[in-house]
Design a protein around this ligand. Sequence first.
Ligand code: 4AD
Ligand code: MG
Length: 435
Amino acid sequence: MSSTEPVIRIADLPDRVGQTVTVRGWVTHLRSSGKIAFIVLRDGTGLLQCVVVKKEVDEASWETFGTLTLETSITVTGAVRADARQVGGVELGVTTLSVIGASPLDYPIQPKEHGVDFLLDHRHFWLRTPRQVAIMRIRNEIEQGIHDFFYERGFLRVDTPILTAAIGERSGLFSTEYFDEGNAYLAQTGQLYGEAAAAAFGKIYTFGPTFRAEKSKTRRHLTEFWMIEPEVAFNDTHANMQLQEDFVSFLVQRVVERRRAELAELERDVTKLERIRGPFPRIDYTDAVATLQKKGSAVQWGEDLGAEDEALLVEDYETPIFICNYPKEAKAFYMKENPADPRTVLCDDMLAPEGYGEIIGGSQREDDYDKLLHRIQEEGLPLDAYGWYLDLRKYGTFVHSGFGLGLERTVAWICGTPHIRECIPFPRMMHRLRP
Ligand code: 4AD
Ligand code: MG
């Protein structure tokens, strides 16, 4: 191995045409015709065709080529040449080649169809394949976009605890013994802490893992997922929806602008994403139920909407839609009673188009001490765990609103992948804890 040549990442090679460089990566494809051989190398930034000509390399390098297998990690040194036929517009004319780490012939992922269970069992290798790389790069673009969006608008990022005593949502809980303090629960949401922080900093967001012991085996449920939860002092439910609309439009356009190649790898119809700009229709829950009943759904006023109902509602729209002001009994205890119809609360679900379902749940929060206390009691929640939360309504209560965006569902929609298990590096589901 030549130690004097600079080590360059494949994505940066187009700037190095005519130079001799060293590249390190994994073998993804091999082909040889006697005196000339080709290696396609992958280093996480791109693919590179390496050309090995027998009479142009030393004997050891030529012999090394003969030992290569899929996923062997190697170091190659050679000249960067322009070649318009190659991805990235360059190839490498190899002068030396050496192995870093061998890879036995039984590498589990072969260039053929594998079932999804097999792929999930080998998620540590599946992640190396082009489609998965594209999804993770889009996920990363969305994550960075989220931070940029809030930073530019003066929000403070607040990290909230994962071990908690207070329960945030109605869905299943993971609990663990916590010394002499009774049970600790893995956070289903950072929201309640986000509300405390909003009174300290005005505009905040949380970005963290959240946990739900849900026994649902649908394509939109994980037991561990990442949620982004902004909370804004003095925003009412209307301002809350405006923020959601701006936020989601920003994220989609950010991916459309910066991740064209990955969207193409996924064969995503980009024209559908380009249309994602506000305003998004705001539909009252009561009207939505009437529409659904006309479309043949059995849903009754008072019930939460299921996945099938959501799909029926979005089929008439190209952008996300808001369903607003659900019945109190269908939603969490902290939502503010709607003064115009006290049977309902000031909340919204944002449903993504193309049947991807609910990506956001948001609401104005109950800021009246007595009403909130009543709701906590009504839900049978342990009062001692909520004293601090009620305090926020006792000392300088304030109108405030926020929402939670599910990261994996958003990634699934933008990528056009039917199941969210591909949208997180190592998914946790009811029947999956490994790898
Ligand atoms: O609607 P949810 O339960 O709302 C909350 O947790 C509120 N505390 C948010 C807030 O107001 N700060 O969850 C919010 C979003 C859903 O719309 C969905 O996108 C995602 O989180 N989500 C899940 N994603 C994957 N797997 C699950 N099991 C999910 N449960 C919710
Ligand atoms: Mg919800």
